[in-house]
Design a protein around this ligand. Structure first.
Ligand SMILES: [Zn+2]
Length: 277
């Protein structure tokens, strides 16, 4: 669908826009907010459990252009939590299967797919086409790459992370609020990362955290409410507790600090296989 026809699709007098009726009623959105959603472009890195939740929410809300980056294929062990996919998708590239589902949900928006693992060589070419970026990845290498790239390229970044019944969410306004490196100056050891992964995951956790991340993206686009920038949301789903912790930008941060030492993207040292959480 062309940009002009998509614009036409969300005018309040057009019957196609009936899909957005309930959110047009919201004083925080209305016709102006809907146009902002339509004009927005959001890149989502990772189409696993978090990505399933985030992509569905953004597509349903009418975000005009959505990019999906994932180099993985659908496996039967994904289906307990990656609700974009069904049995028939097993063996298919996630990015392509995700596009099919999102187009069937909302054919009025544009979905661009990148069935590859994000790396330093292609990050700029992909990310430069989008207003903002969502980190729904599941590994530290990709998280540092995305965060560094967003600071260097000046893209707002919305981060989600999940493990078992626990999760976190954070929004980064580059050079204004704390980035991922401010929060975690150094990656954990490989053994710690393996232990974290071994805690497992159930579908409810990425649905909740992914919905919070998507909600912050939507609020940012329509200029409503709080975006979780400069505050870290921590969810203990086991104990039904949500906490927020103030987070300061670190002046010594190597990428967003006062004297940065990271001024360009570098390739991963470790290229472990990517799967999505
Ligand atoms: Zn930083």
């Amino acid at each position: 669908m062309t940009a002009s026809s998509r614009r036409h699709a969300t005018t309040s007098s057009d019957p196609v826009s009936r899909r957005y009726t309930r959110q047009l009623w919201m004083k925080q959105i209305g016709t102006q907010g809907q146009h902002r959603l339509e004009e927005a472009s959001v890149l989502v890195v990772g189409a696993g459990g978090l990505g399933s939740s985030i992509l569905s929410c953004l597509a349903g809300a009418g975000v005009g252009t959505i990019g999906v980056v994932d180099g993985d294929v659908v496996d039967v062990t994904n289906l307990n939590r990656q609700f974009l996919y069904v049995m028939a998708d097993i063996g298919q590239p996630k990015a392509l299967a995700a596009r099919d589902k999102l187009v069937s949900l909302n054919p009025e928006i544009r979905i661009e797919v990148y069935p590859t693992r994000l790396n330093a060589d292609i990050a700029y070419d992909i990310m430069s086409a989008y207003n903002m970026v969502v980190d729904a990845s599941d590994n530290y290498e990709t998280r540092y790459l995305i965060s560094d790239a967003c600071v260097l390229f000046g893209k707002p970044l919305f981060i989600g992370a999940v493990s078992a019944f626990h999760g976190m969410a954070l929004t980064v306004l580059p050079r204004e609020t704390a980035c991922f490196r401010c929060l975690y100056p150094k990656p954990p050891s490989a053994s710690i990362a393996r232990q974290e992964r071994a805690r497992g995951i159930i579908g409810t956790t990425p649905v909740i955290i992914g919905s919070i991340v998507a909600q912050n993206v939507i609020k940012y686009i329509v200029h409503a409410g709080d975006w979780m920038a400069g505050r870290l949301l921590l969810m203990d789903g086991e104990g039904n507790r949500f906490d927020t912790v103030p987070l300061e930008r670190n002046p010594a941060c190597p990428v967003c600090g006062d004297h940065p030492t990271i001024t360009e993207l570098v390739s991963f040292r470790r290229r472990s296989g990517q799967t999505s959480c």
